[in-house]
Design a protein. Structure first.
Length: 391
């Protein structure tokens, strides 16, 4: 096999984006052989795109199960609303198909644990998660530096990620969007799975979470669009995470303070390291003056400059299936960022600090209370938008 035969489930914003990348030749070891969507208008959009790009049209299905049973696919990519990510991954794995899921891994950790259990029963199959931000050279370098121990222990983490601005029309583009019953959350479940994954991938998992959250503060929606979180880590370090879809132009500033210096990524393609000549714990014990501080050298950290994003994740997925090469993110890792967002929601709902791991049954019960009163939008025209450059 020189290429994997891929079927995409869901031809919305992300499904159409992956289709374009494959048609443009960005994934040379992936052949798009099938697309499934319950909306016939979207299947017609896929047909038109293939014609416009002078590509053979993949087989089109109105039912994902039929597509998976067709024999046309070696692997599937799940790009449907969040609640159904585990459902289709499980079905694919049980049918002997490799599976890649869009983020988030699911809406609540209990359903993701079920998905992981099935994946563990099929070690011969590849299970990946579409964490395309892990391909960014800046974040990869941050993780490398911290894991090397060059800067010592983490003392504080801070991420302000408010450049996820969305107008009301975005939320009105689908009846499922920004509802507890359709999406399961707001900015934490839709936009920030990338940052929540990177936060734990680079800094490790927190052990407590204390959160203030606003629901529909900036938009006519029922889920969160403004979040301020405070966490602690096992070593005593603290962290903050602030996000919103109501700020414009917004910020993307990720700072990690360590005993030996600080790493700063301000949303540009540049990583700055301030390296202390003497680690702070040593300096504070030995310095005899009143207002001194360690000298800090400002270093622009060199990276490899690579940031292949979604095609990079798909290419690694294909290479893992074909040759056993490393994935960008194993699907099992999707539960980590989701654990953080679930803990954030639970803390806000209960109005108190939540320990991680938390009571997953309690989280599910609290979520279902909100699902029971969730209001789906009516008379909404489904819109497929070009997502290129929005991540």
């Amino acid at each position: 096999m020189s290429k994997i035969r891929l079927g995409i489930i869901g031809y919305g914003n992300m499904g159409s984006g992956h289709t374009k990348n494959i048609f443009k030749g960005k994934c040379p070891e992936v052949a798009l052989t099938a697309i499934a969507d319950i909306n016939p208008e979207r299947l017609e959009m896929a047909r038109r795109l293939a014609a416009e790009m002078n590509m053979p049209c993949p087989a089109l299905f109105d039912d994902a199960s039929k597509m998976m049973d067709s024999g046309l696919c070696d692997a599937i990519l799940v790009a449907v609303p969040h609640y159904d990510h585990p459902r289709y991954v499980i079905e694919a794995l049980e049918k002997g198909l490799h599976a890649m899921s869009e983020k988030p891994a699911g809406v609540y950790t209990k359903q993701v644990r079920e998905m992981i259990a099935v994946a563990d029963q099929h070690p011969e199959l590849t299970f990946g998660m579409m964490f395309n931000q892990r391909t960014n050279c800046v974040y990869r370098k941050m993780r490398e530096i911290l894991q090397s121990g060059e800067l010592g222990e983490i003392r504080r983490t801070s991420w302000i990620i408010t450049n996820w601005y969305r107008p009301q029309s975005y939320y009105d583009s689908g009846a499922w969007r920004a509802t507890w019953s359709g999406e399961g959350g707001g900015v934490l479940l839709n936009q920030c799975p990338h940052q929540l994954d990177l936060w734990q991938w680079i800094c490790g998992m927190p052990v407590t979470m204390d959160v203030k959250m606003h629901f529909g503060k900036w938009h006519d929606i029922e889920v969160e669009d403004d979040v301020t979180a405070y966490c602690t880590y096992a070593n005593g370090a603290t962290g903050t995470f602030i996000t919103s879809t109501g700020d414009t132009p917004g910020s993307n500033r990720f700072e990690i303070v360590c005993d030996g210096g600080t790493l700063l990524c301000d949303g540009k393609d540049e990583l700055i390291m301030y390296k202390l000549d003497v680690p702070e714990p040593e300096f504070t014990k030995t310095y005899k003056g009143g207002f001194g501080h360690p000298n800090a050298e400002r270093i622009v950290v060199e990276t490899d400059g690579e940031n292949p994003q979604h095609p990079g994740v798909l290419n690694a997925f294909a290479a893992h299936i074909l040759r056993g090469e490393p994935l960008v993110a194993d699907g099992r890792e999707g539960i980590n960022g989701l654990t953080i967002s679930n803990a954030m929601h639970l803390s806000a709902w209960l109005g108190q600090e939540v320990k991680i791991p938390f009571d997953e049954d309690l989280y599910y019960d609290e979520l279902m209370k909100r699902v029971a009163t969730s209001r789906r939008k009516v008379n909404v025209e489904s819109v497929v938008a070009d997502t290129e450059g929005t991540y």
